[in-house]
Design a protein around this ligand. Structure first.
Ligand SMILES: *[C@@H]1O[C@H](CO)[C@@H](O)[C@H](O)[C@H]1NC(C)=O
Ligand SMILES: *[C@@H]1O[C@H](CO)[C@@H](O)[C@H](O)[C@H]1NC(C)=O
Ligand SMILES: *[C@@H]1O[C@H](CO)[C@@H](O)[C@H](O)[C@H]1NC(C)=O
Ligand SMILES: *[C@@H]1O[C@H](CO)[C@@H](O)[C@H](O)[C@H]1NC(C)=O
Ligand SMILES: *[C@@H]1O[C@H](CO)[C@@H](O)[C@H](O)[C@H]1NC(C)=O
Ligand SMILES: *[C@@H]1O[C@H](CO)[C@@H](O)[C@H](O)[C@H]1NC(C)=O
Length: 364
């Protein structure tokens, strides 16, 4: 009998260890992630926003992992989701879903593992795609601000959490749209974007953010959707667009380099996403790709002229071998490679240290 009890308590203890292991990864001091950005990270906010026409809440989005559409703009998980898994915490709910659950009474508080505010189509410039009803990062920030102010999020959690900021691709893509009438030079446009990012950083720091992760833009000039732009080549990446992206990324890294001095007690890292993706593109077989140019799901030139799921689309049966799932967005396979490189990679992938190291650092 005593033996049995002992075994039972041992079982309970080992179960506790297992469940702790599942809750927060060994060596991690990060209980939550707050996610800001665009379609690369949107986990369904636009889906819950009935005013918004930038959507991926229909098949075959989500088909290779969730097996149903979730509002994510890929066939599976996003980079934010995959890093959350590395941290050992459940995936962050879209803010709009958490809000709806509080409004209809199915939940009485906001989740403790963080919240995803990202909105597909949005940019760092407030005007970007405003006609589509997207939520720009300035409004995403206000949503977070209100939760902090109303004590819906524990300040202790905020201080330990990671803050993901991933935005800017839509601003730059739209600069080349035939409907955009440039009032700024490419350089001034990029500077105006960086001003917004800088102001965003100051605001989240004031609200308590201490572990700040800025993701560089990928090579936006290589997305299949460039087939929609009159000036873009289809046999190679759009150099002019990539040049703007690289300028923006350089400014972004400077902002990250300044975090320690400007914001006492805060840590900042810069994810070197552009160069990392170009390395995948240059060595497709090594990374499991047979197609790094076209969309697995879509229609027209490069599969980039029609959104996946829209009239006339076709879908490949080997999405893991495609760099792009649809006209703008990486496949889950690409997202997995990127998140691995950010979690455990060296200086060529993320600087000044990787997310695994950041997660294990304690905040004074
Ligand atoms: C976390 O950091 C401590 C030292 O601060 C180190 O001993 C430990 O191995 C680290 N754990 C992981 C998982 O990196
Ligand atoms: C949708 O638009 C209406 C009318 O403009 C506005 O009152 C409402 O707040 C908007 N809803 C969301 C979720 O943005
Ligand atoms: C409450 O809202 C959530 C999110 O929109 C939804 O999934 C759920 O079905 C709603 N529940 C009720 C009882 O209305
Ligand atoms: C890659 O996919 C695109 C879109 O499906 C297609 O047009 C293109 O021919 C493919 N390229 C290769 C090398 O298979
Ligand atoms: C996958 O698609 C290719 C053409 O895109 C086709 O030749 C092949 O038979 C398909 N394989 C399966 C298992 O459906
Ligand atoms: C950094 O990692 C990359 C990719 O894993 C590798 O090719 C490179 O040699 C490493 N560089 C250093 C300085 O360790």
């Amino acid at each position: 009998m005593e033996r049995n009890l002992l075994t039972l308590s041992q079982l309970i203890i080992s179960w506790l260890f297992i469940s702790c292991g599942l809750t927060v990864a060994a060596g991690s001091n990060v209980p939550a992630i707050f996610v800001f950005g665009d379609s690369l990270f949107d986990a369904g906010n636009n889906h819950y926003n009935r005013n918004c026409t930038a959507q991926a809440d229909f098949p075959p989005y989500g088909s290779n992992f969730f097996h149903h559409p979730t509002g994510r703009f890929t066939n599976g998980r996003t980079v934010a989701d995959l890093i959350s898994e590395f941290l050992g915490i459940p995936l962050q709910k879209p803010y709009m879903e958490a809000l709806a659950e509080i409004v209809n009474g199915t939940q009485n508080k906001y989740p403790s593992n963080g919240i995803n505010f990202a909105s597909a189509g949005s940019g760092v410039l407030q005007a970007t795609n405003s006609d589509l009803g997207v939520t720009p990062i300035q409004i995403q920030l206000q949503q977070f601000h209100a939760l902090v102010e109303q004590n819906h999020i524990d300040t202790d959690i905020v201080e330990k959490s990671m803050f993901f900021i991933e935005s800017g691709s839509n601003d730059i893509f739209n600069f080349f749209s035939p409907f955009y009438i440039p009032t700024l030079t490419p350089d001034d446009y990029v500077q105006s974007m960086l001003v917004e990012v800088e102001s965003f950083l100051g605001s989240i720091y004031k609200l308590g953010a201490r572990r700040i992760v800025l993701f560089a833009l990928g090579p936006v000039g290589c997305v299949p959707a460039r087939a929609l732009l009159p000036g873009a080549p289809v046999t190679k990446c759009y150099g002019k667009m990539n040049k703007m992206v690289k300028n923006f990324n350089m400014g972004l890294e400077k902002l990250v380099d300044g975090i320690k001095a400007r914001y006492p007690g805060a840590l900042g890292v810069y994810g070197v996403v552009y160069e990392t993706i170009q390395i995948f593109r240059a060595n497709p077989e090594r990374y499991g790709f047979t197609n790094t140019t076209g969309a697995c799901c879509g229609y027209g030139t490069l599969g980039g002229e029609v959104q996946c799921g829209m009239e006339g689309y076709t879908v490949c049966n080997n999405s893991d071998e495609y760099m792009f799932w649809d006209f703008f967005h990486p496949s889950e396979h690409t997202n997995k490679l990127i998140s691995k490189s950010l979690w455990g990679g060296n200086h060529s992938r993320i600087r000044p240290f990787n997310l695994k190291t950041m997660a294990n650092m304690t905040m004074e």
